[in-house]
Design a protein around this ligand. Structure first.
Ligand code: GLP
Length: 247
């Protein structure tokens, strides 16, 4: 079940995302976190709230969606580095409560260990962005819906979308990633998906209005009982006005 909220711009997307996240920022919560530019504004607000209101993350646990294969942790574009820079370094979370799949070493074993860790907890709210091809996490089109954590080949579209981060370093976008599968994502009690910009309009349309199909990984969310989608006007441009609440 989707609750779709359409707002003017990215700043408002981030405000509403934070409002949705706020009730979960309490002892014992398990947060599913995402990388990419879409959730950065949300993370900024979480940091601000920690600094000004003293919201503590000492007893909060996190599970990230995915990581590139083969990047050292301290590589500037690893998702490990991203999460520390954008959030973890600025809040009081315990390092041992942070879970990010490892794209180094024995990948099969890493995937299995990640599923085992996830099986011990239930994610209260899973933050998601969306790829322009409808991917969530790094679940590319045609990933089986029942897949759990696994290694995946990135599509040319995704590698093109993410080249903006690697080009300045003179490096290639990695070809593979390790990602939670659709089945892990669907186990979260609540989902919060944020998207902005016209290049997300088709994916947002297909997720909400298209048929549920592995060709659009995000469409599986039509089967989830509690999904809040926060989009700006550009990302909502292929929806009808009756599809969303305007704020
Ligand atoms: C990457 C991540 C996804 C993210 C997507 C969109 O592929 N693995 O989790 O949703 O990018 O990124 P952005 O928010 O930068 O558009």
């Amino acid at each position: 079940m989707f609750k779709v909220i359409c707002v003017k711009d990215y700043e408002r997307v981030s405000d509403i995302a934070f409002e949705t996240m706020k009730p979960f920022l309490k002892d014992g919560s398990v947060l599913g976190l995402a990388t990419g530019s879409s959730p950065i504004g949300l993370y900024k607000r979480m940091i601000e709230d920690h600094k000004t209101n003293g919201t503590s993350y000492k007893n909060i646990y996190t599970f990230n969606l995915d990581e590139y294969v083969g990047l050292p942790l301290d590589h500037s574009e690893s998702y490990w580095t991203f999460m520390h820079k954008q959030l973890f370094d600025h809040i009081d979370i315990d390092d041992s409560h942070i879970h990010i799949p490892s794209g180094l070493g024995d990948l099969e074993a890493n995937a299995k260990a990640y599923d085992e860790a996830m099986d011990k907890m239930v994610v209260d709210i899973q933050v998601l962005g969306i790829g322009s091809d409808g991917h969530i996490g790094f679940n590319e089109p045609n990933t089986p819906f029942d897949e759990t954590t696994h290694v995946t080949e990135l599509t040319e579209q995704t590698r093109k979308d993410n080249a903006r981060f690697f080009d300045p370093l003179g490096e290639e976008v990695p070809h593979q990633a390790i990602t939670m599968g659709p089945a892990n994502i669907m186990r979260a009690k609540n989902v919060l998906l944020v998207a902005n910009g016209a290049n997300k309009a088709q994916a947002i349309h297909d997720m909400i209005k298209g048929e549920v199909s592995e060709a659009c990984p995000a469409s599986i969310l039509q089967r989830h009982p509690s999904v809040t989608v926060v989009v700006d006007e550009a990302a909502a441009s292929m929806l009808e006005e009756t599809d969303y609440e305007k704020r």
